[in-house]
Design a protein around this ligand. Structure first.
Ligand SMILES: *Cc1c(COP(=O)(O)O)cnc(C)c1O
Length: 232
């Protein structure tokens, strides 16, 4: 893929974000673009970085570590399912700034412990299984409030909001009820006094609908980079 093609993909995505943001009565500053670089080559990551993309999402710890050696000044976001035995490697990466996928107390304790060891704090989002599908990771919506209470014990973990993945859908419109449900959960919890500024929802197929429903972080891979390679 040549640089003209990458540039036009970037323009398209940015333009679609802008239009969706305007439809939701907000401004582009309100929605962060997380470029999902999993299984993508370094050249493409550099290309987007040079054009001002700041946040890059990875879903495998090992892959993030490898890429972080090759490319500096990136703000990495961990977006995949996180195994507890990998947390110690992830927290050593100072440029990994946000974990989108906190979904259990055991994982939270390990993240807190490793953050403390590395003398840092780490921002996290709570992954919510809003669709109730068995195949999906994430907490049941009803358990989120209690989980937030418990997380206050952990000094090195800073909760910034909620994340979800909509079920695989044919048309983006079908994802709307799921995004709307997560936005409502966030609203309800905020009324109870919890601080949850971020809502991470929306991927290549459904990010415009997600923005219309209040997303503040869209995680976009394919629309920017093209099809994923088998190996980065
Ligand atoms: C791969 C992935 C994405 C990006 O998916 P695309 O459809 O390529 O935009 C977003 N979020 C998570 C959690 C992912 O694993």
């Amino acid at each position: 893929m040549n640089s003209n093609e990458l540039q036009s993909r970037l323009n398209l995505v940015k333009n679609s974000i802008k239009e969706a943001v305007e439809r939701s009565g907000r401004t582009v500053k309100d929605v962060k673009l997380i470029a999902v670089s999993k299984q993508q080559v370094l050249d493409k990551i550099s290309f987007f970085k040079e054009r001002g993309i700041v946040f890059f999402g990875e879903n495998r710890v090992q892959e993030l570590i490898e890429k972080n050696k090759e490319i500096t000044d990136i703000n990495w976001h961990f977006i995949g399912h996180l195994q507890r035995n990998k947390v110690k490697y992830l927290l050593r990466i100072g440029s990994c700034k946000l974990i989108h996928s906190l979904d259990s107390w055991r994982l939270a304790k390990e993240i807190d412990k490793q953050a403390r060891k590395n003398n840092r704090k780490i921002a996290v989002l709570i992954q919510v299984n809003i669709s109730g599908e068995e195949s999906k990771f994430g907490l049941e919506p009803d358990l989120v409030a209690g989980f937030l209470d418990k997380l206050q014990q952990l000094e090195n973990v800073e909760v910034k909001g909620l994340m979800t993945m909509a079920p695989y859908i044919e048309t983006p419109e079908d994802a709307r009820p799921y995004f709307s449900r997560l936005a409502q959960l966030k609203h309800k919890l905020q009324l109870k006094g919890y601080s949850l500024p971020e809502l991470s929802m929306g991927m290549t197929n459904d990010f415009e609908v997600a923005i219309e429903e209040g997303s503040t972080m869209v995680r976009i891979g394919t629309a920017l980079f093209g099809k994923r390679e088998d190996r980065p």
